[in-house]
Write a protein that binds this ligand. Structure first.
Ligand code: ATP
Ligand code: MG
Length: 566
């Protein structure tokens, strides 16, 4: 491509709300244009990067025997009613009616559509397994679209779905897909980690996220310093903790004025907060209504909100007001799990059978001491609702957990029969018995990947594309367009590289050298061949965008040299 004809509107100004490098540079370097909140147009450079990512995905999917399809973006709301997800998805689903008053939604993900495609077409175990995917625009009316391509409302996703007759076959496919996803990210030149993820309300064991490691990532992941264990903090668990010395006391009610915080309470009794019971009151929003729920944990722990949602099946978790607690007759700072009949409550599994505890007596200024929680272990509801801490021990070895930030670029999930049952999608097994398909789902954020590459590969001057993602590998810079020898060499080299299949840009603009160079750095071509002043001595230079090093090369050897680098 000739730069003089290319549509690459680079600018000095970044969008006013841009904080992430990828948002800033992709906008400034003329890759993307924001149309409205969370809506972007892809300009030619972005389109090239997206195509490259798609090609890699297609190649890797072919290797595992997945086939590409394309489902319509506009999806009938009736399918969402069938699966029961229409309400669960809430406001993220953009709904509208056509001229005949039929209700539709813009597809945020396509489980229902894929099940609908397959049901009644695949009818026998002999036709299984199959794995179908598409690379397609998705729409989610995100509450807070932000960070450019990272969290758009309209975005591109690769979404795949597999159908199986047996659990074991899903397990095999899931592993094959995990390996395929790893190969995709490795080829893209990304540093990533596969972590255990929250399985949401559906539950189950097989849910893994592919996280590109970057400080700007929105997800916190806990990783073990010794073994392979890694988990999203929403799902992370820990091994045995070091237990502080227990404060032994007989069961008793104690006056404890001015001890409404855990710190004050621990200080009052001179005990480790580990032996106190903390109450976190939250308002939970369910499909039909909302309700105050109490979460009891050790004073040394914090509530993990996603775990809290899973434990209760709620859709949303919000704060409670003092008034709401008062109306229920709950005394802030003194709420405890014993004889708790004023509000629904969940107790952290770590407290099951805990002894020597101090907890609120459900009466202002009073706490119980010497509490043995095993007395309610049969009647109360226990669930894992606490968040792991940095430094906690690994659940699988004696290593320690540390936190790092990640960008979720992929999510693979063993769905089981949730959707096939809801949508009555069945096949006949060997014995002629009708059974729902066992399913897996495999998502990858294609447009988010474009941003993730830049989050991991940029510097103060702009983008640094990896070899597999670069919109053009080589940029030939004719420093002074008025110098005939420079132009001749540039043109000849350009033709030769193009003929060799190298994606090449020829900067033939009538602009200052410094300006063109800055532009090249901002866009991030891996290599720029500078044809400039040194040509009189028979030399040109190769500028390596990543290292910013320039090497001089004899003009007669430049073609061989650049081909060698590529
Ligand atoms: P997140 O937790 O980031 O909101 P999600 O868990 O809702 O994502 P999935 O339903 O698992 O997303 O979708 C599969 C993939 O699609 C994600 O791993 C992510 O890479 C991508 N994705 C999801 N939402 C967006 C978005 N708003 N903008 C860009 N990519 C997205
Ligand atoms: Mg996800």
């Amino acid at each position: 491509m000739r730069r003089s004809r290319a549509f690459i509107p680079t600018t000095k100004e970044a969008p006013s709300d841009a904080v992430l490098a990828s948002h800033i540079y992709l906008s400034r370097a003329g890759f993307i244009h924001q149309v409205a909140s969370g809506l972007y147009s892809y300009m030619p450079l972005a389109k090239r990067v997206i195509k490259k990512i798609e090609n890699i995905i297609n190649e890797e999917m072919a290797k595992v025997g997945a086939e590409e399809v394309e489902l319509s973006f506009v999806t009938p709301a009736s399918l969402w009613q069938e699966s029961g997800r229409i309400d669960k998805f809430g406001k993220e689903l953009l709904r509208f009616k056509d001229r005949k008053e039929n209700l539709f939604v813009l597809g945020p993900t396509h489980e229902e559509m894929m099940v609908d495609l397959v049901r009644n077409r695949i009818t026998s175990y002999k036709q299984l397994p199959i794995n179908l995917y598409q690379i397609k625009t998705k729409f989610r009316d995100e509450a807070r679209p932000r960070f450019g391509l990272m969290r758009g409302r309209e975005f591109i996703m690769k979404d795949g779905y597999s159908f199986h007759a047996y659990e074991e076959d899903l397990d095999r496919e899931f592993s094959a897909m995990e390996r395929a996803y790893k190969r995709i990210l490795t080829r893209l030149g990304l540093d990533f980690r596969v972590v255990e993820a929250d399985s949401g309300a559906i539950g189950g064991s097989g849910s893994k996220e592919l996280m590109v490691l970057a400080n700007s990532g929105e997800d916190t992941i806990a990783v073990c310093d010794k073994c392979e264990y890694g988990a999203n903090i929403e799902a992370a668990t820990r091994g045995a903790v070091e237990i502080p010395e227990a404060p032994e006391a007989l069961f008793n009610k104690f006056q404890t004025s001015e001890t409404s915080s855990i710190e004050d309470l621990a200080e009052f009794f001179k005990i480790d907060p580990y032996y106190t019971v903390k109450c976190v009151a939250k308002k939970l929003v369910f499909e039909e209504d909302s309700e105050v729920v109490l979460f009891f944990l050790r004073g040394s722990d914090n509530l993990q909100e996603v775990k809290a949602l899973n434990a209760t099946g709620a859709l949303e978790i919000t704060d409670v007001t003092a008034q709401e607690l008062e109306e229920l007759g709950l005394e802030t700072g003194y709420i405890g799990p014993l004889d708790q009949d004023r509000a629904k409550h969940v107790i952290d599994s770590d407290l099951k059978n805990a002894t020597n505890m101090v907890c609120g007596a459900n009466e202002k200024d009073y706490h119980f001491v010497g509490v043995d929680l095993s007395i309610i272990s049969e009647v109360a509801y226990f669930a894992d609702i606490s968040e792991v801490h940095e430094g906690d021990s690994c659940p699988h070895c004696d290593g320690k957990l540390s936190f790092t930030k990640g960008i979720e670029v992929g999510h693979i999930f063993k769905l089981g029969t949730t959707y096939s049952e809801a949508l009555k999608a069945e096949f006949l097994d060997e014995n002629g018995k009708a059974k729902p398909f066992i399913m897996g789902t495999y998502g990858m954020g294609v447009s988010r990947l474009v941003a993730a590459v830049i989050e991991q590969h940029h510097d103060d001057s702009g983008c640094i594309w990896t070899k597999e993602t670069a919109p053009y590998m080589v940029n030939i810079m004719i420093s002074n367009i008025k110098e005939v020898t420079q132009v001749e060499l540039g043109e000849a080299l350009y033709t030769r590289l193009i003929e060799s299949g190298v994606e090449t840009m020829l900067d033939d603009r009538k602009e200052r050298f410094g300006f063109k160079m800055k532009d090249a750095e901002l866009i991030g071509f891996p290599y720029t061949i500078i044809i400039g002043k040194e040509l009189v001595n028979g030399n040109v230079q190769i500028f390596d965008r990543k290292t910013k090093e320039k090497i001089s090369v004899d003009k007669n050897e430049i073609y061989e040299k650049i081909m060698e680098l590529l």
